[in-house]
Write a protein that binds this ligand. Sequence first.
Ligand SMILES: [Zn+2]
Length: 89
Amino acid sequence: MRATSLVKQMLGLRSVTVVEVLVRPHELLVKLRLTRSRLVCPKCSYTTRSCYDTRTLDSRWRHLDIGTHQTWLSCQLRRLRCPTHGVIT
Ligand SMILES: [Zn+2]
């Protein structure tokens, strides 16, 4: 089993691809890519394949620690233009 598959399974990640796992002293950084091709507005049921833009900086979230390592998830987020709610992540 590949390290990326192992980390994805251990962290219970769905609808993402684990691109890279970086192990640093006391820190585990998991870089993700979204696999869903259709973007969904978080406030309504509007979906689209059209991406308004992609953030240039990765967003980071803290996950539950693995052993003594702090676990961080990192991903570039895309935004869509919802006809009701405007441009939204
Ligand atoms: Zn919406």
